[in-house]
Ligand binder design. Structure first.
Ligand SMILES: Cc1ncc(COP(=O)(O)O)c(C=O)c1O
Length: 377
């Protein structure tokens, strides 16, 4: 385990931040706040945010709005909440929103567009979670009474289940302009947008120019215990504040977590490159294992997706066996697995995980008929 690079100048001792002894590659949401982040939280000035009086939340919202070149911002409890505040702000009941088929907003938010906003979700296939005009042009519908009007396009950058992939800036510009020409609003689920900025070298403001609203998370790669932000025009964010109240997420002395986010924005963005380097290391090492296949070119950020050969059993079986050996990652389909690097992992943790995976997979094999025998002790 290690402290994030921004912590050491303040002289904290190197303590383990993970209370558990296992190597947790399930998600970047498992991180513990660093000692310096906890200090920032303790020092944060607090007030009643619902009354607009929490100075730390106000500072964070102003800072983020400036960073993204957006008029306004509103702090939210989670990425799900800020995404759904965006949906509610752009749409009315009976509208439709369009997104790539692996999108978090449509697949992993408990059906919230339908439940909270009365909005139907239409998904279309793209390229590793990303959409371009070639995917979108066939999705246009005529103004016909049979159809619910398409009001909103939702994009994800970097993609999660799509494979941890990022949009080139010109693609975001092209897609955003095309959607606007057709009268649609564009929301960006940027739960891991800072990872994309670090990989691609564009700024948050570059991305802000392409879309109408952005949700960013502080609780993923940035290592905060909770918190997200919705950014947009003053009008959109005015509506989003109403949605936040409606969804039961209005906040009081939220500066205690906004203080963590301010700390993370200062200290944990550039270091995301370290997570990406660890992900590439992990991917390269496991690509040598018989029974694992992985497209090394696809590893852009901190998410590594790989396939287990059917003769080695199912991804869930491997996940469960690795759990017993102290390595945690996710099976996401019959043969597909995901590992995620983050700020509480060291190079040694990753290499130890690779050794355990290598050993395990070499013990899992099938016979010539394809029947699976799990021979791991
Ligand atoms: C791409 C993406 N969007 C949104 C979310 C939702 O964030 P939260 O778990 O904070 O609700 C996640 C969570 O992992 C995610 O990966």
């Amino acid at each position: 385990m290690k402290l994030a690079s921004g912590d050491s100048p303040e002289g904290h001792s190197k303590v383990s931040l993970m209370p558990q002894s296992f190597i947790d590659l399930r998600s970047d949401t498992v991180t513990q706040p660093t000692p310096a982040m906890r200090e920032a939280m303790m020092a944060a000035e607090l007030g009643d945010d619902m009354m607009g009086e929490d100075p730390t939340v106000n500072q964070l919202e102003a800072r983020m709005a400036e960073m993204f070149g957006m008029e306004a911002a509103v702090f939210a409890c989670s990425g799900t909440q800020s995404n759904q505040m965006g949906v509610w702000s752009h749409c009315t009941a009976g509208d439709e929103m369009l997104m790539e088929q692996t999108s978090h907003v449509g697949n992993y938010e408990a059906g919230a567009p339908a439940v909270l906003s009365g909005v139907s979700v239409r998904t279309i296939p793209g390229d590793s979670g990303r959409l371009d005009l070639e995917h979108l042009e066939g999705a246009l519908r005529e103004a016909d009474e049979h159809f619910s009007p398409t009001r909103l396009l939702s994009l994800e950058n970097s993609t999660n289940i799509g494979g941890g992939r990022t949009y080139p800036l010109d693609q975001l510009e092209r897609v955003g302009a095309w959607a606007h020409e057709h009268g649609w609003k564009v929301h960006l689920d940027g739960a891991r947008l800072f990872n994309a900025c670090v990989v691609r070298g564009y700024t948050p403001a570059d991305v802000g120019r392409c879309v109408d609203s952005i949700s960013v998370c502080f609780s993923k790669g940035l290592g905060c215990p909770m918190g997200s932000m919705l950014l947009g025009s003053a009008e959109t964010i005015h509506r989003a504040r109403r949605a936040r109240k409606l969804f039961g997420g209005a906040l009081r002395q939220a500066g205690i977590v906004a203080g963590a986010a301010l700390y993370a924005v200062d200290h944990h963005i550039e270091r995301l490159a370290e997570d990406h380097a660890l992900a590439r290391l992990f991917a390269k090492e496991i690509s040598a294992v018989d029974g694992i296949s992985i497209d090394l070119e696809s590893v852009e950020t901190n998410l590594v997706f790989f396939e287990l050969a059917p003769l080695c059993g199912t991804a869930h079986n491997l996940q469960d066996r690795l759990y017993e050996q102290g390595v945690r990652l996710y099976a996401l389909g019959s043969q597909r697995l995901r590992a995620c690097t983050h700020l509480n992992l060291e190079r040694d943790d990753v290499l130890r995980a690779v050794n355990i995976i290598t050993d395990m997979v070499s013990h899992l094999s099938g016979d010539v008929d394809g029947a699976v025998h799990n021979r791991y002790p």
